[in-house]
Design a binder for this molecule. Sequence first.
Ligand code: DX5
Ligand code: ZN
Length: 215
Amino acid sequence: MLKLAPSILSADFANLLEDVKKIERGGADYIHVDVMDGHFVPNISFGAGVMKSLNGKTELPYDVHLMIENPDKYIEDFVTAQTEFIVVHQEACKHLHRTIQNIKKQGIKAGVSLNPATPLETLEWVLEDLDLVLIMSVNPGFGGQSFIENSLDKVRRLAEIRKSKGYNFLIEIDGGVTLDNAEEVMNAGVDIAVAGSAVFKAENVEERVKAFKKI
Ligand code: DX5
Ligand code: ZN
């Protein structure tokens, strides 16, 4: 079954908890927390404070996607009892192996994300340490962009590597996921799909989550 991580980047910030309650009732699996610094990506979103404002108010675990330079400096800020994954970008890490260990030292599952132009091979020597690999299916920075089709080839190749080497990491995809392509995404080997606008811009957010979960 495809797990769903709705991105609160597309939520109504003035009614964040209400929106989170809707996805919770719909059966979402995680809250995807998109953190943007205006340097690594050309947009600024929010920081750990916004995420922490939800602590204890929802049962959903956090899937933290750090689209920031120098992630090591901020990892601790995102560690809470509800933080399941902290995901950094390969392109933002000078010492990726060290960053992964820094996340794990906090008792949090470690993920690495790849931009559309970054080859899978850049992860070869850290794959065995990872709990999650996030394949970007848009260029990070904004919600509501269209899905880059060849990301599915990347997912398929990654799933093959995982199988042949016996690795355990989960495969996540992020960007442009809709009800129309969710099944294809799942069949390519994705375990967790992130969806922002396809969830929060729906007329009925709770029903939309349920529709995703039926796939
Ligand atoms: C893009 C973010 C995504 C984005 C997804 O930089 O990492 O999580 O919010 O939004 P949609 O699903 O609208 O493409
Ligand atoms: Zn994201």
